[in-house]
Design a protein around this ligand. Structure first.
Ligand SMILES: [Zn+2]
Length: 475
């Protein structure tokens, strides 16, 4: 197995810390809103890495956290120490308490994660359940001289870590300007790029909703009351579940200069050991060639897709077509093409089951070897997917075809062996109405079109207009 390591900027042979075991940490969602499909792409990419290692007989332990405190909005500007707490902002938006927000969006995330057929991580720790572990690590950093206290916060002093920017390869001045650290909001801060480990409940955070006592002292608060910084969460939780050193740390490329750089600084200063051997970063998803944006309505979620008649597995198939280190562009046309391609595979499987009388033959060794070669080359799923198509086109016998593609699906995760044909018998009456509606739409007679749609709804069916075509779904 070869993996591209951001730390060394090259593909490296994967050598695990313990033979045949993979320990992996993936920075998880901040549970303050429904995750858009760009975030869910990262979850699928981590799943493909996990499944590929499984396929190669590694025992994988994946940890993905829920951030339910301490992630400030300033992170959007590259400075996670400024702005409002995302959880508090969401709580205000929906007039409930932050833990209600956390529960609601964790549940939505979990349901979306499952519908994308990604395997559940072995551990899914929530930050608010690990405050003590974070406090302990901050205390070690203070004791070792890496951290200091001001009236407002506890900071990590980046000048104490000589290889602080080793992940990004940036020089420190470049990092300061990139991170928007130009203006210093705390006069007690020693260096502009020092980052917060613990915020006291003072100043702009004096009304913070989620706070805990701590052993740290500020003349302005009682019992060190405050909340952890975002970066320390991942350092504390990865250490608890995977130990001081683990094999793979994964996250989006935007985390390289700040979040992951700071995680390394904290963990390696606290333990004196290498945090993670491999640093794996996924590229972003764009929509219609641009950045996904809530204000432009392009921050699509799984339920937006489902409303238009697509399944989460259509999206998974779409994601399989781009490498995790490549940017991918989402359009409704490309999702429609993925849906068509996936349905074609399902149809071929039904046919293979019929012709082979449902016997599962032998996995074709030659094609399996090619498949392994592709996934072992830095998880090259687009090429691995091409091998699946090669199997379908090959002249091996039908029962062996079935066995081989079911085997590949342990990585692809398209539920190929579970697929069953469900025929919807649409009544003639509805078919007639759809014809009239298509005519009305051709004539741009939207009023009649809407009337017919309501009539169809009255008969218990939903009409979806996807790319100029009407799709029908029982309600
Ligand atoms: Zn993280």
């Amino acid at each position: 197995m070869k993996l591209y390591n951001t730390l060394t900027k090259q593909k490296e042979e994967f050598v695990p810390i313990q033979p045949n075991k993979v320990s992996m940490y993936h920075c998880g969602p901040t549970v303050y809103w429904t995750q858009h499909i760009g975030n869910m792409r990262a979850v699928v990419m981590a799943d493909l890495i996990k499944r590929s290692f499984h396929y190669l007989n590694y025992d994988v332990t994946l940890v993905r956290n829920y951030t339910d405190v301490g992630h400030l909005t300033g992170d959007n500007e590259g400075d996670a120490d400024t702005g409002e707490d995302r959880m508090a902002k969401a709580a205000q938006r929906e007039s409930v308490d932050p833990m209600t927000i956390a529960k609601k969006y964790t549940d939505i995330y979990e349901s979306d994660r499952e519908s994308l057929n990604t395997l559940k991580p072995e551990h899914c720790p929530a930050a608010t359940n690990h405050i003590q572990e974070m406090v302990d690590m901050v205390q070690i950093l203070i004791d070792k001289g890496f951290a200091y206290s001001t009236d407002l916060a506890i900071y990590f002093d980046v000048t104490k870590k000589s290889d602080y920017t080793k992940l990004s390869g940036q020089d420190i001045a470049e990092q300061i300007s990139d991170a928007g650290h130009g203006s210093v909001s705390d006069p007690g801060k020693r260096n502009p790029q020092d980052f917060s480990l613990w915020f006291f409940k003072v100043g702009s955070h004096s009304n913070a909703l989620q706070t805990w006592e701590s052993p740290f002292t500020s003349p302005l608060v009682k019992h060190g009351e405050g909340f952890p910084g975002w970066h320390i969460e991942c350092s504390a939780m990865s250490q608890k579940y995977l130990g001081d050193s683990f094999d793979i740390h994964m996250g989006g490329i935007e985390h390289i200069p700040i979040h992951h750089t700071n995680e390394i600084a904290q963990s390696e200063s606290a333990t004196g050991k290498t945090m993670s051997t491999y640093w794996v970063h996924n590229e972003h998803l764009s929509v219609n060639g641009g950045k996904m944006s809530k204000s432009e309505g392009t921050s699509y979620t799984i339920s937006d897709l489902e409303e238009k008649g697509f399944s989460a597995l259509d999206l998974r198939y779409f994601f399989l077509q781009a490498h995790y280190r490549s940017k991918q562009n989402f359009t409704w046309e490309s999702l429609t093409a993925s849906q068509t391609a996936l349905n074609k595979i399902y149809k071929e499987i039904i046919q293979l089951r019929n012709t082979s009388e449902n016997t599962i033959g032998k996995i074709n060794a030659e094609l399996k070897e090619v498949f392994i070669e592709k996934i072992s080359d830095d998880i090259n799923l687009p090429q691995a997917l091409a091998v699946l198509h090669k199997v379908l086109k090959s002249d091996i016998c039908d029962s062996d075809k079935l066995a081989t593609i079911y085997d590949f699906d342990h990585v692809l995760g398209l539920k190929l062996s579970e697929y069953t044909e469900t025929k919807i018998n649409i009544p003639d009456e509805i078919i007639k109405l759809l014809k009239f509606r298509a005519e009305a739409r051709n004539n741009k007679d939207w009023e009649t079109s809407d009337q017919i749609r309501d009539e169809i709804i009255g008969l218990g069916y939903q009409v979806l207009d996807v790319d100029g075509e009407q799709k029908i779904k029982p309600m």
